[in-house]
Design a protein around this ligand. Sequence first.
Ligand SMILES: Nc1ncnc2c1ncn2[C@@H]1O[C@H](COP(=O)(O)OP(=O)(O)OP(=O)(O)O)[C@@H](O)[C@H]1O
Length: 333
Amino acid sequence: MAEGRKNIILEGKNLQLGYRKGKKIFEVTSDISFSLMKGELTCLLGPNGVGKSTLLKAILGQNPPIGGVLTFRDTPIAQYDRRAMSKNISVVLTDKITSGNLTVGQLVALGRIPHTGWLGRLQDEDRSKVEHAIESTKIGYLHDRRLSELSDGQLQKVMIARALAQDGELLILDEPTAHLDLVNRYEIMHLLKDIAHRQGKSVLVVTHDLEIAIETADQFWLMECGFPLTAGLPEDLILSGEINRLLPDDQLSFDIRSGKILPLTAEIDYTIDGPHEIVQWVKKALGKAELDKTDFKISISKNPLKFELEYDINKSIHDNIETVIRELTIRSL
Ligand SMILES: Nc1ncnc2c1ncn2[C@@H]1O[C@H](COP(=O)(O)OP(=O)(O)OP(=O)(O)O)[C@@H](O)[C@H]1O
């Protein structure tokens, strides 16, 4: 086997995906081709309803493709039985946990079920996998806490630990950062990157968190209604402009300089002198205040931060942008 192919865990070729209702088949998406590599964090992005969950269900063997070929380690997914699938693929879905009485330690140990069976006792190897999962997600301090006592961020780490204890080659997560605060979103995505890079797992994450995904992902898969799946390094997709496929082209655009999504409004030509990093925030505030007059000048000095506003023949000095805007608003009434 060629060296490169050895690293392909999951492969889709010209997949046509949909759902079945009775005897009828409804197509959701087609022309989906990809290779998921070992040791990489891949983020699957696309608008609501484009078919991301439908693709995950196909990978999990729950919704066989209507057409095309989907293989795990070069064997069609359909040829794996449930037990073999759960040994190879660990999943963290968005469903709410109902077993709130379990402790963290007990839940993570459940990750070993594919290896031990429901009644199976944990052997030394199982215990060490559970310990390793708890250690790498840094949740040891929560070991004896009940799931019902955890915050959403803690619970998400526990679910990832259970998936790690399962020890499949492929870890799939559906929107693991939804409902989490900014710090937890960063922590979870960095944890997933570490799991991919340090433990050699393939991690596939569905997310709408574009900015954090850019910071952490090795690969992006972009899904867009009616188009083939676009795969690539996030940075390449940014430089080629393909990242904009995620955005409605008449409203939003990815700003290549700031790495942020910005509304597609014509920039007003304000006269502002000063350091670039401050000027951009002043422009943003003026734009948000919908100040469309441009017959004024703002000069910014740093250390201490001061804003000099020249308007007609008047000059005034301000400590912050808010009072500059207030004065401009009053004058333009
Ligand atoms: N079993 C089903 N019955 C009816 N419609 C379905 C079924 N499964 C999927 N669909 C439809 O297929 C389309 C794709 O759904 P899917 O859940 O895969 O989208 P998604 O990209 O995961 O969206 P989101 O980002 O909102 O989770 C949607 O229009 C959905 O309503």
